[in-house]
Ligand binder design. Structure first.
Ligand code: ARG
Length: 262
């Protein structure tokens, strides 16, 4: 019940969930903190992954580096945030040490973002300095088309896997493989969401595997292309309730335009 209440809050007020740890996972006995059903990975395997953090170093969302000074994340990670208070750790497998931490000069999220429906859950951060590519830091390109249902994709992050009260996040980056489910299929009777799935979303599913609280804003990738942004889900890794992502092709133009303007 507790989980359900928080989940409803998460769905209706996306921002309330940015950085929240403690809900999710269909199995209440699984208390380990990480992407659900995933495994340890390295930043070198996913060098576009970044951690959004407070000045004190608490991780609150994921993000993806798309060029020398731009990070793509979820709008619900940025609502109520000020650029001066957000820091980005790049190039580290651990969210709490290593790589480099860069300040943020500006941020914006999509004007069509709705915390009610979670449509257009996308935002960008402009870094205070330009970051060059290294073995551990790379730019990812934005997908122009949604891959067909059934395409294998990987989602990564430092998010939680805890159902009730898990206080800590995994320090090591986690990865999990899931399969793309296009929005129409995700909305169909094959799954349990129904009408709350919109065309600016894309789902990804695999039994017992999913992103979870704290992974928001992070990358869903096929090849070296960003196809989704971790946005929401009912619980995590629950039967026939896929993870729901912002469909990158639907927001690509907004990202490119806004990135130029800031
Ligand atoms: N809204 C969550 C966050 O802020 C992400 C939830 C993703 N959930 C899922 N079942 N895939 O971190």
């Amino acid at each position: 019940m507790q989980g359900l209440v928080i989940l409803l809050v998460c769905l209706t007020v996306g921002s309330a969930c940015a950085g929240s740890v403690g809900v999710s996972n269909a199995d209440p006995f699984e208390r380990e903190g990480r992407i659900v059903g995933g495994q340890d990975t390295t930043i070198r395997a996913h060098p576009y992954q970044v951690s959004l953090q407070t000045k004190k170093g608490s991780h609150f969302c994921g993000g993806s580096l798309i060029d020398a000074e731009t990070v793509v994340t979820a709008a619900h990670c940025l609502v109520g945030q000020k650029a001066a208070k957000v820091f980005v750790r790049l190039g580290s497998t651990l969210y709490n040490e290593g790589g480099r931490v860069v300040a943020v000069r500006d941020l914006a999220y999509n004007e069509d973002y709705s915390s009610k429906t979670m449509e257009y859950d996308v935002g960008i951060l402009k870094l205070a300095e330009k970051v060059e590519e290294t073995e551990d830091i790379r730019y990812v390109s934005l997908a122009e088309e949604t891959p067909p249902t059934g395409t294998a994709a990987v989602v990564t992050g430092w998010g939680s896997k805890c159902y009730f009260w898990c206080m800590s996040l995994p320090k090591t980056l986690q990865e999990v493989y899931v399969y793309i489910v296009d929005w129409k299929t995700c909305k169909s009777d094959d799954y349990k969401y129904g009408e709350i799935i919109y065309d600016s979303m894309v789902c990804a599913y695999e039994k017992k595997k999913d992103a979870c609280q704290g992974d928001s804003g992070g990358p869903l990738v096929v090849g070296n292309t960003l196809v989704g942004i971790v946005s929401w889900g009912y619980a995590c890794a629950a039967e026939l309730l896929p993870g729901v992502y912002t469909d990158v092709p639907s927001v690509r133009d907004w990202v490119l335009k806004t990135s130029k303007a800031l």
